[in-house]
Design a binder for this molecule. Structure first.
Ligand code: ADP
Length: 274
């Protein structure tokens, strides 16, 4: 009887142990595969502008007696090197965010300031396309988070709205406070009247390097990393990002982040009076 008892206990213990090991390996492998994929993608993406700059430099060198051509090649080198520095910048941002670890010491961040910086960053591209960026909604809101990350997330959404807008259209950036389950949240919505996103692509656009139309991409100079940065920023803040879109009509991206709500004496007085 004691032998049977022991066997019965050993078997589930043994299989449990095996199962745990298998699970661990699976996760390790998945993380490793994602990392390898990322590195491969980054290398590929870096090679393109570097290769282009090299070719353009060679072409400029050969066209030395033709100042007009040299100027043209120089202009394109500038475009490619801008693209390259944007890519490097975003890869660095992304690698900082990768673990989706919750922020260690979140601080109040002025949403008005973050939006002002984001709008400024896109101002040149917007005016080149005749796109007007309008801000509205509730002013004076604060997010509980990391200023650099919040600004980067909003800047990526505004930059996308501008680059996928039709000419001479409007991009609207609005803010509002919403009630969360326990604490308040803020919602930042970026609405454009641009090309829109096909329904079956809506989940995928948040993946690294995913682009709905890679060909178009070259001309807009995008990196395919912007939305994955937004997604990671939302994750580290315990918030989220959602998208609504109708192809050919436009898109709305809404980023939800925790609100820093200082005590509102005026508000609590009102509540007491009631
Ligand atoms: P990119 O640098 O290409 O803009 P993102 O990660 O920011 O990279 O976006 C991924 C893809 O999602 C874009 O290539 C584009 O196809 C689509 N997308 C993002 N924002 C918009 C938008 N506002 N309107 C239409 N398509 C968008």
């Amino acid at each position: 009887a004691p032998a049977r008892h022991v066997t019965a206990r050993v078997a589930p213990l043994g299989s449990r142990l095996i199962l745990v090991l298998v699970e661990d390996r699976t996760k390790e492998r998945r993380v490793e595969a994602v990392r390898r994929d990322f590195v491969a993608n980054v290398s590929h993406e870096l090679k393109t502008p570097v290769g282009a700059i090299r070719l353009l430099a060679e072409a400029a060198d050969e066209a030395a007696e033709d100042p007009e051509a040299v100027r043209r090649f120089a202009g394109r080198m500038l475009t490619e090197s801008d693209r390259l520095s944007r890519l490097v910048q975003q890869v660095i941002e992304l690698s900082r965010l990768q673990g989706d670890e919750p922020l260690e010491s979140p601080l109040p961040v002025s949403l008005d300031d973050a939006i002002a910086v984001a709008v400024d960053t896109s101002a040149i591209d917007a005016s080149a396309k005749g796109v007007t960026v309008v801000t509205g909604g509730v002013g004076g809101l604060k997010v509980l988070g990391n200023e650099e990350q919040v600004t980067a997330a909003v800047a990526n959404l505004v930059a996308n709205a501008v680059s996928y807008s039709e000419r001479d259209s409007t991009v609207l950036v609005t803010t509002k406070a919403v009630e969360g389950a326990t604490d308040g949240n803020v919602e930042i919505s970026v609405v454009d009247q641009g090309i829109g996103i096909p329904t079956d692509e809506m989940d995928r656009i948040f993946e690294r390097f995913y682009r709905v139309d890679p060909a178009r991409h070259r001309s807009t100079g995008g990196t395919g990393l912007g939305l994955s940065i937004v997604k990671h920023v939302a994750a580290t803040h315990g918030g989220d990002v959602r998208v609504w879109s109708v192809e050919g009509q436009g898109s709305t991206f809404t980023l939800t982040l925790p609100q820093h709500s200082p005590d509102h004496p005026a508000l609590s007085t009102t509540t007491q009076e009631e």
